[in-house]
Design a protein around this ligand. Structure first.
Ligand code: APR
Length: 231
């Protein structure tokens, strides 16, 4: 069975990583237009660097939770028949052991040079203006997809959605496209669809099956059923 799983901030919530739109979420404390757009970076790079440097420090303090672990276990059993597409920029899926993973909104731990476009692992806070290891310029930005920019891996994602037998969305509000539309594409090409989320989301009505509850409980239970051939 070819399975595509989309994850959002909700899968990392119980690890202690704030979501965006829940109470106390990141967009409560920051205006998107101040920290997550190319214009914001052009206008005030320090504020943008401070926002992402602090999120990187916060993620380094937390651990994957049983939901991340369950998806890594699922990959161990399904191998290439599983693809996880994450909207998250944290590295908790990787630290849980997932490898068949696409970061469609980029990666908090990677920098991209605005002079030569080279990507490099972030070794120091970007607000310190470290040099690009490739060209030596001090022009690094977080390799995170901002509002108004095109998400990464869309061709590969489309291919996977057209071919999958089942599609699951975990911990996403369905507030941002194109990710919020993936369920419709998968369903259109015959996939079964399931939403695993703490509460009803904007896209809940689009799913055949919905299970509400904390990811650390509902995801391992669902993975057990998939592995037993019951889901
Ligand atoms: N278990 C499962 N789901 C949870 C949990 C939990 N413990 N806690 C919260 N959720 C759910 C919420 O109910 C909500 O539906 O996770 C979702 C989080 O929604 P958002 O904060 O909007 O995060 P996300 O859907 O990932 O946002 C998508 O928006 O701001 C952009 O680029 C950013 O990638 C992000 C995109």
């Amino acid at each position: 069975m070819r399975l595509v799983v989309l994850t959002g901030a909700g899968i990392s919530a119980e690890s202690g990583v704030p979501t965006f739109r829940d109470a106390g979420g990141l967009w409560e404390g920051h205006r998107v237009e101040d920290v997550a757009t190319p214009e914001a970076f052009g206008r005030d790079p320090d504020t943008v660097h401070r926002f992402y440097d602090s999120r990187r420090h916060a993620v380094a303090q937390v651990e994957p939770n049983p939901a991340h672990d369950a998806l890594a276990r699922l990959e161990g059993a399904l191998g290439d028949d599983l693809l996880v597409i994450t909207q998250n920029v944290d590295d908790l899926h990787e630290r849980a052991g997932s490898r068949r993973l696409l970061h469609m909104h980029g990666d908090l731990l990677t920098a991209r040079c605005t002079a030569c476009e080279a990507r490099s692992p972030i070794a120091a806070d970007l607000i310190e203006r470290p040099r690009c290891p490739e060209c030596g310029e001090r022009m690094l930005r977080p390799d995170v997809v901002w509002f108004g920019e095109l998400p990464y891996h869309l061709d590969e994602i489309d291919e996977a959605l057209l071919a999958c037998d089942a599609f699951a969305a975990i911990g996403t509000s369905g507030a941002v496209y194109p990710a919020a539309g993936f369920v419709m594409t998968a369903a259109e090409f015959g996939a079964r669809t399931i939403e695993l989320n703490l509460a009803a989301s904007e896209i809940t009505p689009l799913f055949e099956e919905v299970r509400h509850g904390p990811a650390s409980l509902v995801v391992p239970a669902w993975v057990d059923e998939v592995l037993a051939g019951r889901a």
